[in-house]
Design a protein around this ligand. Sequence first.
Ligand code: COI
Length: 364
Amino acid sequence: MSYSFPVTRTTHPKPRPEDESKLGFARYFTDHMFVMDYDEGQGWHDGRVVPHEPIAIEPASCVLHYAQMMFEGMKAYRTPSGEIQLFRPDMNVKRMKRTNERMCIPDLPDDLLVAAVKAVIKEDIDWVPSAPGTALYIRPFIFGDEVSFSVLPAKHYRFLIILSPTGSYYAANDGGLSATRIFVQDKYIRAAQGGTGYAKVGGNYGGGMRASLDAMKYNCKDVLWLDAAEHKYVEEIGTSNAFFKINGEVITAPLDAGTILPGITRDSVIRLLKKWGVPVSERKLAIEDVFAAQDRGELEEIFASGTAAVISPIGTLNYNGEDHAVADGKVGPLAQRLYDALYGIQTGTVEDDMGWTLPLGLKA
Ligand code: COI
């Protein structure tokens, strides 16, 4: 379907950040956003691009009390020729469907996400950064704002897309990679089987903040979650999926228990490794086996993958207060190779022989 969204331009454009090497993650937001409403009986309607500004929300709205919401994370990149492109947006659409189904949120037409993203980026195209390691982070989200305290799905929703010029979540300021310290969390859990672990919902992250604070006490940037049933198997990192390279094999937690976020970068890493002939398995891995491999000298690398995190090498695991250096605390060669390949494809400096990029037909 072809969409046409009315645009209200801001009368107060903001100054854009001057130094793109110091953007950080989601600290600046662009001038415009996309908004659309859903009413029971009417469906999704009135998509529009409006100035990015605070929105009014009735204090009794269901999302503020029962957290009926979802979000996505994606990025737009500026290629050397000035074309703006997305990375595997079809995967965001698929994940959004699964999250919406889990959260009883009415689904969007399949082609709406990209059309809406394009409409808002068109107004803020000058905000798409081009410095090494940067991208325009795109945060689509939906929340139920029916005034109701019934613990039942809302009858009215809002869908918004906001944009932020951003560096990668853990990256060094120069856009290069730096190794991160991660805290192994064996007290709190992120997601149990049957819960919302595979869905992209705020509650998964809000429930993890207590653990993130604990991690910071040990000077760690984030947590490595273990499984909820036995507190034994590695699952994912607070913001990202986790990969372990042990004796030549790359291992990541499997999706089948429904407790892991099906990361788009995770899937891309697996596909690239298969293409390169690097052995890769989606299987359970006990944290004790990670440390046993380290004792044998077989733990080669650990890295995180995510839209925000891109590829983030892990240089230290802290477990029960004790530091365990991984790859001598340095950036591992496989993490670097994956980062270069992925970010190169995303920004158009490496040929996209996987068919992953979608040029938006917008030129800066
Ligand atoms: C993303 O990578 O897009 C995410 O949503 C992770 C976020 C929690 C920082």
